[in-house]
Each structure stands twice: as C-alpha cells, then as structure tokens.
Design a binder for this molecule. Structure first.
Ligand SMILES: [Zn+2]
Ligand SMILES: [Zn+2]
Length: 98
C-alpha cells in the first residue's frame, strides 16, 4: 500500500489490482508425451490478481475465474470467455462441484 508499488492488472477487467486470491492447485496433463494418459502433474498456478470489485465477486461466487493452459496464454480470465489464443477459459477447482 505504498505509492510507487508497481501496479498489477486485474485478471478480469485489466484495471489496477488491489487484491490477491490464492490459486487452487490443479492437476494438469502436461507431459512430454501428450499421448501418455498416465502422465500428469500438479501445476501450482500463480496467485490471482484482482481489483477490489472483482475480488468480492469471485469470493461471493458470482464470477468464476478460469485458466487457459495453452502455452500461448497461461492466463486467468472469466470462465466461458475466449482467451487470446481462441480457447475458452476453463474452470478451476474453486467451485464445490466441478
Ligand atoms: Zn477487475
Ligand atoms: Zn488461451
């Protein structure tokens, strides 16, 4: 909260982020051989940076944060919205039932 702290962009609106939400752990299939279904690993996603308004909405569950695991993206966005690579953001393990 000191002036001069580098501004971080909100994952949803791109505005100044003031809140940080800890990302859930998620197991993603990301092996050297994509054809090997036994290979998976737990990826620890970076913390989610949000503005105050969106942090409240995410905590209340009115907005769902998604993740695009495409190598070109690996960014957060709203579930169901298209990411910059064209894929839709997928659900994280934040909801009670996936
Ligand atoms: Zn926002
Ligand atoms: Zn993407």
């Amino acid at each position: 909260m000191t002036p001069g702290t580098p501004a971080t962009a909100c994952a949803l609106c791109g505005g100044p982020a003031t809140e940080t939400i800890e990302a859930p752990r998620r197991t993603l299939a990301r092996g050297p051989d994509p054809g090997d279904p036994s290979y998976s690993l737990t990826v620890i996603l970076p913390d989610i940076e949000l503005c105050l308004e969106h942090a409240l909405q995410v905590r209340e569950g009115t907005r769902l944060i998604g993740w695009c695991d495409d190598p070109r993206c690996r960014t957060y966005g709203e579930v169901g919205e298209a990411s910059s690579c064209g894929n839709l953001y997928g659900k994280l393990g934040t909801s009670k039932r996936v």
